[in-house]
Design a protein around this ligand. Structure first.
Ligand SMILES: Cc1cc2nc3c(=O)[nH]c(=O)nc-3n(C[C@H](O)[C@H](O)[C@H](O)COP(=O)(O)OP(=O)(O)OC[C@H]3O[C@@H](n4cnc5c(N)ncnc54)[C@H](O)[C@@H]3O)c2cc1C
Ligand code: SF4
Ligand code: SF4
Length: 535
């Protein structure tokens, strides 16, 4: 015989052909009964982006609605669809079936290129408070967008003449075309964010002045300073610092490179500089890193891409000396490096002095890391450590109550999606403070999620991962975008490989049949069967 309690646990029905996995029902449940089984892809996204939702919608052919799902979290689908380092795909359950994750990032790009979605005109009302965002990179623009949406008067102080930070002046155009960046950054001005270009805080305006004239400040100035090797010859004309080189390569007058180029470093900057040198006409490009192949800080997908283009990679070598002739560097002498860090994880390379390698060069690019420039904070109470700002990892608040910090300036060089996520957290803290809520209470984004559950793989559609048409080897020597967009047919087929891992469910067998979840569900995907005795 079925008891009333058992009946209460079975009364929630979800139609998986309609559900978009938004989780609104879990938020609406007044007795905290409904949980969302969190798909592994979403669980690994720093932005908590509803990957399953937009992938499922593509599979159903609902392209514009799928783009809208991304806009629920971020307006930067075209950027993320190109340069995100796709932690979602590393976790994708589809890998258990055929070793190949669903192409979640490429699908996002497909939506940005083919979908249309116009957010409602924002903000709906002004709230009278002002926020200064110092630095217009991903952390800054994400915070600015969200705060403006909520009616704050937001001003971005940006040192350069463009928004986007590293995306504007370091990530090459063949990975992130200028028109995509310009289009998505344009959304800031459209919703009324004020932007003061060519305004370096600390030089063109004092930080104190910025603080005094705004209710809140968010510092997102990143790590724009290339680190130096401090080796004799580093200042000779055929030796470039990587950030300067990449920045100039994005301008009309490009930097000159010789036939043989050596890039010293093992991060994304080194790989992107090598790819750029190739496109500027170099014939032989070698990336030489301290780290071993498995320890390279560059994203693996980018390293593989560079190898495909014919870039050579030598791992486990550190530069010892620049060989000079007639005011040029003509060779680099390297010594073998067997460990980059000490046992306690600190940077402390261990070299084998006797093992050497000499490489003849026409151009050298130094890409050994980036640091912050915090001089503008001197004399303030904002605390710093190791050349970065100290901020609470959840609220992003600094030692000064109304000053927040986010992105690379807090974490050191990381990624676009992590900077966006931190910008969002700083914005949320300000929104909470404005309405008088605690900025730290219940900030755990995992609330309402269930991570331990069995995923049904029995209905997996067979088929290997699809890829957009590859660009030609000749185009890999020019500044043509490195990836194409999928066709609609490809995107739909690829989306159908998704196992649709997650779903909402009633966890605690205590449904009160109040129907809040049913009312809030935007897709009419959820229905509650009200037991006879409660009617
Ligand atoms: C070559 C290269 C390639 C990369 N490739 C990728 C990739 O493929 N995928 C990925 O996810 N990540 C990549 N990254 C990392 C990513 O770009 C950064 O992690 C991210 O941009 C950090 O964002 P942010 O907002 O913290 O800082 P930034 O992007 O550095 O933006 C900081 C902004 O602040 C401005 N600013 C600095 N000082 C001041 C001041 N005093 N006053 C006013 N404005 C100031 C700067 O001009 C800049 O616009 C790459 C980085 C580099 C260098
Ligand atoms: S199979 Fe689909 S829902 Fe599951 S992890 Fe991969 S993309 Fe996400
Ligand atoms: S049932 Fe409705 S509200 Fe709940 S996750 Fe699905 S679409 Fe969203």
């Amino acid at each position: 015989m079925t008891t009333i309690l058992e009946a209460l646990s079975d009364n929630i029905t979800i139609d998986k052909n309609k559900c978009i996995y938004c989780g609104k029902c879990t938020e609406a449940c007044i007795v905290d009964n409904i949980r969302l089984k969190l798909p592994p892809c979403r669980g690994k996204c720093p932005l908590d982006l509803n990957c399953q939702g937009y992938v499922q919608l593509i599979g159903r052919g609902e392209i514009n609605k799928a783009l809208e799902v991304i806009y629920d979290t971020t307006p930067f689908a075209g950027i993320l669809g190109r340069v995100c380092h796709q932690p979602c795909e590393a976790a994708c359950k589809r890998k258990d079936i055929d070793g190949q994750p669903v192409a979640i990032r490429e699908l996002k790009r497909f939506l940005a290129d083919n979908g249309t979605f116009a957010p409602d005109s924002l903000p709906k009302s002004e709230n009278g408070k002002s926020v200064a965002v110092v630095g217009g990179g991903p952390a800054g623009v994400m915070a600015a967008y969200l705060l403006r949406e909520q009616g704050f008067q937001v001003t971005i102080f940006e040192a350069s003449s463009r928004l986007g930070g590293m995306m504007a002046y370091a990530i090459p155009d063949f990975r992130l075309p200028l028109e995509v960046l310009t289009r998505e950054m344009g959304q800031l001005a459209t919703i009324g964010v004020k932007i003061r270009y060519n305004t370096k805080v600390g030089k063109d305006i004092k930080f104190d002045e910025v603080v005094k004239s705004h209710d809140y400040v968010i510092v997102t100035t990143g790590t724009p300073v290339s680190k130096k090797l401090n080796i004799d010859g580093e200042n000779l004309p055929n030796v470039y610092d990587a950030l300067g080189f990449l920045r100039r390569a994005k301008e009309t007058e490009k930097p000159a490179v010789g036939r043989r180029v050596v890039v010293i470093g093992g991060g994304n900057t080194a790989i992107n500089a090598a790819q750029t040198a190739l496109r500027l006409g170099a014939e032989n490009v070698r990336v030489i890193s301290l780290e071993c192949r498995d320890g390279l800080p560059a994203f693996d997908s980018e390293v593989k891409e560079a190898l495909t283009e014919g870039i050579l990679l030598d791992c486990g070598w550190g530069p010892a000396q620049f060989l000079q002739d007639k005011g040029q560097v003509v060779g680099v002498n390297f010594k073998r490096c067997v460990a980059v860090c000490s046992k306690d994880g600190c940077f402390d390379p261990l070299f084998v002095e006797g093992e050497r390698m000499e490489v003849a060069v026409d151009t050298v690019i130094v890409a050994i890391g980036q640091g912050a420039d915090l001089a503008f904070l001197d004399g303030t109470s904002v605390e710093k450590q190791g050349g970065l700002i100290i901020a609470d990892p959840i609220t992003m608040q600094t030692a000064v109550k109304n000053i927040f910090a986010a992105g690379d300036i807090v974490t050191g060089p990381k990624s676009v999606v992590e900077a966006l996520a931190q910008g969002r957290e700083a914005a949320e803290s300000i929104m909470r403070d404005f309405v008088g809520l605690s900025i730290s209470y219940e900030r755990d984004r995992m609330t309402g999620y269930e991570t331990e559950y069995l995923i049904d793989v029995s209905k997996a559609v067979p088929g290997s991962r699809l890829k957009a048409r590859a660009i030609s080897p000749e185009d890999r020597r020019r500044f043509v975008e490195i990836e194409n967009s999928m066709t609609s047919e490809q995107a739909i087929m690829e989306a159908k490989r998704c196992l649709s891992c997650g779903e909402p469910f009633g966890k605690y067998r205590m449904c009160w049949s109040c129907l809040a979840c049913e009312v809030v569900c935007p897709e009419e995907a959820l229905s509650i069967e009200v037991p006879y005795l409660l009617r």
